[in-house]
Ligand binder design. Structure first.
Ligand code: NAD
Length: 493
């Protein structure tokens, strides 16, 4: 990585940013702005528009017109592909700039930010662009005298509401398939991570995407997000974030036009270690990364460690040893393993969980805010043992570097603990017993079960949850299902 360039970029002031609506930059209709506070030092980095309901409605109107007049949806898939491939190339050309801007905005460590943000977004956009001119409709196996054709059509205007942990990666998981399919989009970034998505939309215009096809509106969730969710002109809503917001979006859909709502709501993912695990050292190292990378701000983070009692103490000590080697601090230092917590609010929430566990008599390793003198929001990796399955720490998503540890004695007990929350996003099983691994994959209610690893993934496999972790899938060709409708054409021959 080009360290000089990183230092040069971090020293540059960041100009105030603007909405991208109908192909142009615009301020909020009443001129209001929101301060962007950097989690690296607690200082104001720049401003973004504090959008109004009118701004959200203008963006939806632009997306509606752009969809209905066919400037994007009626283009041949190969033409949309060409624009999106240029867009992906521009994102790659600007990868370091985007990554540093994103780190200054949201605190993710730079090594992960480059890979997981611009490069991952470019790869995602390219994947869906490449796929769209290879999807065919169907001829149904009807009886004589009839012909049934099944067309796949873009659903229309997509509202995308995304979180702050990986704005470009998660944004691209929605934008890639939606735009390739021919939909138009109104995207609302999180309050604390808007800057890179605004830049992404500018690069789309530069690549030749027509005005109104991708609109980005910044502001408060309760204003902009709510206006998109309530709109009669939005056909599909895709969301990643918290459960309470997900509920509001479903209610808004029910109150308005019954738009389809796809939710990715995080989890309390169990990482299950059996005593027969072949390499406990490797398991401990991967498990430490599985919870502490990006300061635990990962929806699939392995935040509950379930360990067979026979190896509980030794495994926790190994994991703690790895955690101690993870450098927490300046996310623009390439040696850093975990950067800043995204916001003061999130940091206080993390510390609140720890205090509650302490008050309940749980044993805590770490648990503190660190590097306070920098003004930044840093927290050390924290391991809480002796957690009861009923504790809030065992049931609710912290979204911070806090691991809840519980012992188990039997496979059935491990399954009961693993499935004993409202969530069902990710899980892992560590064992040398192949039959047990397959049994566990079947018995655990989660969208993804890792075996003898944690957190590996690829664009080619779907990501989505069950239970209250959500519905629908990002990634893989299955993601198109959210953005392509089936239409039957029935002919009498
Ligand atoms: P959130 O649900 O409040 O915010 C996510 C997005 O929804 C943001 O863009 C926000 O502006 C928008 N939003 C907020 N209120 C809204 C409303 N009333 N109507 C429409 N949109 C609204 O989540 P958060 O505050 O960013 O984080 C809180 C918790 O969410 C975290 O602690 C974590 O548990 C969870 N989270 C999960 C993921 C994930 O990947 N699954 C990512 C980020 C956060």
């Amino acid at each position: 990585m080009d360290l000089d360039r990183i230092n040069e970029l971090r020293a540059q002031p960041v100009a105030p940013a603007f909405h991208i609506i109908d192909g142009a930059r615009s301020a909020a209709s009443d001129g209001a702005t929101m301060q962007v506070v950097s989690p690296l030092d607690g200082r104001v980095l720049t401003t973004v528009p504090k959008g109004t309901k009118a701004d959200a409605e203008a963006a939806v109107a632009a997306a509606r017109t752009a969809f209905d007049d066919g400037r994007w949806s009626d283009r041949a898939p190969a033409e949309r592909k060409a624009v999106m491939l240029r867009w992906a190339a521009l994102i790659e050309e600007n990868a370091l700039e985007l990554a540093v801007l994103g780190v200054r905005d949201n605190g993710t460590e730079i090594g992960m930010a480059v890979k997981a943000e611009p490069l991952s977004a470019a790869a995602t956009i390219r994947y869906y662009a490449e796929a769209i001119d290879k999807l065919y409709g169907e001829i149904a196996p009807t009886g004589h005298g009839n012909l049934g054709l099944v067309h796949r059509e873009p659903v229309g205007v997509v509202g995308a509401i995304v979180p702050w942990n990986f704005p470009l990666m998660i944004g691209a998981w929605k934008l890639g398939p939606a735009l390739a399919a021919g939909c138009t989009v109104v995207l609302k970034p999180a309050e604390t991570a808007s800057l890179t998505l605004l830049r992404l939309a500018e690069l789309a215009l530069e690549a030749g995407m027509p005005a109104g096809v991708l609109n980005v509106v910044t502001g408060e969730g309760a204003v902009i997000g709510a206006a998109i969710a309530e709109s009669m002109e939005v056909d599909v809503l895709v969301f990643t974030g918290s459960g309470p917001t997900g509920r509001r979006l479903l209610e808004a859909s029910a109150r308005s036009n019954l738009k389809r709502v796809y939710l990715e709501l995080g989890g309390k993912s169990p990482n299950i270690v059996f005593a027969d695990t072949a390499d406990l050292d490797e398991a401990a190292k991967v498990s430490a990364n599985g919870i502490f990378r990006n300061s635990g701000q990962v929806c699939v983070a392995g935040s509950r460690l379930l360990v067979e009692r026979a190896v509980h103490d030794v495994f926790v000590e190994k994991l703690a040893a790895h955690a101690r080697t993870m450098k927490v601090g300046d996310p623009l230092d390439v040696a850093t393993a975990a950067g800043a917590v995204n916001s003061l609010r999130q940091l206080e929430q993390n510390l609140g969980f720890v205090e509650e566990a302490r008050a309940a008599g749980r044993e805590i390793m770490g648990g503190n805010r660190i590097l306070e003198e920098t003004g930044g929001y840093f927290m050390e990796p924290t391991i809480v043992t002796g957690v009861s399955p009923q504790d809030r720490l065992a049931q609710e998503e912290v979204f911070g570097p806090v691991l809840a540890v519980m012992p188990f004695d039997t496979e059935d007990e491990a399954v009961a603990l693993a499935n004993g929350t409202d969530f069902g996003l990710a899980a892992a099983v560590w064992t040398a017993d192949l039959s047990r691994a397959h049994r566990m994959v079947r018995r655990i209610r989660a969208g993804i079960v890792h075996v003898n690893t944690y957190g590996g993934s690829d664009l080619t496999v779907p990501l989505g949850g069950v239970k209250q972790s959500g519905n629908g899938h990002d990634k893989s060709l299955h993601a198109f299902d959210k953005y392509l409708d089936l239409k039957t054409a029935w002919f009498k021959l």
